[in-house]
Design a protein around this ligand. Structure first.
Ligand code: FEO
Length: 175
């Protein structure tokens, strides 16, 4: 279980890293609203990594950080980029589900309980990214439609996940 929890620090940190790379591509290509949205996403992923770190610490176990791969740095279009983000979230959902299975197998009820927040969070994560994919698919190559979506997505702001377990414990700053 501990190995899985440590691996999840890596997975969530990589998520933050790939979303930052996506934000950079979007910003460089003139999609500033979507870039803002992705930077908020990247920040949320960092918090997810922190939650796993904090949880391991609270349990008095050892945090072992793994290497982080370099993410891609270019995508064909905003649609292709958000499709890649959705595929990544589906991968993360698979990881969370796998860990829930391990927690049940080894009767680790505390970890099982903590993971329930992530089970719910993943439903929201996939829905949010999926909505962007759906809207970008609808407008297709219509530049005005893409820019309208870009403007709407600029409204996203970072919110501290006060409902999240193990946050802001272990001296974690509040924001
Ligand atoms: Fe932390 Fe978007 O999964």
């Amino acid at each position: 279980m501990l190995k899985e929890l440590n691996q999840q620090i890596q997975e969530e940190t990589y998520s933050s890293y790939i979303y930052l790379a996506m934000a950079a591509w979007l910003e460089e290509n003139g999609y500033k609203g979507m870039a803002t949205w992705m930077r908020v996403q990247a920040r949320e992923e960092k918090i997810h990594a922190d939650i796993f770190y904090n949880f391991i610490m609270e349990r008095g176990e050892h945090v072992k950080l793994e290497a982080i791969d370099a993410p891609p740095d270019s995508w064909e279009s905003p649609l292709e980029l958000f499709k890649a983000a959705l595929a990544h979230e589906e991968h993360i959902t698979g990881r969370i589900n796998h860990m829930v299975g391990v927690a049940l197998d080894v009767k680790d009820h505390a970890t099982y309980q903590m993971l329930q927040w992530f089970v719910e969070e993943q439903v929201e994560e996939e829905a949010n990214v999926g909505e962007a994919v759906q809207q970008l698919t609808i407008v297709g190559k219509d530049g005005r439609g893409v820019l309208m979506i870009d403007r709407e997505m600029s409204a996203r702001v970072y919110a501290v996940p006060t409902s999240a377990p193990w946050y802001p414990k272990s001296g974690q700053p509040a924001a």
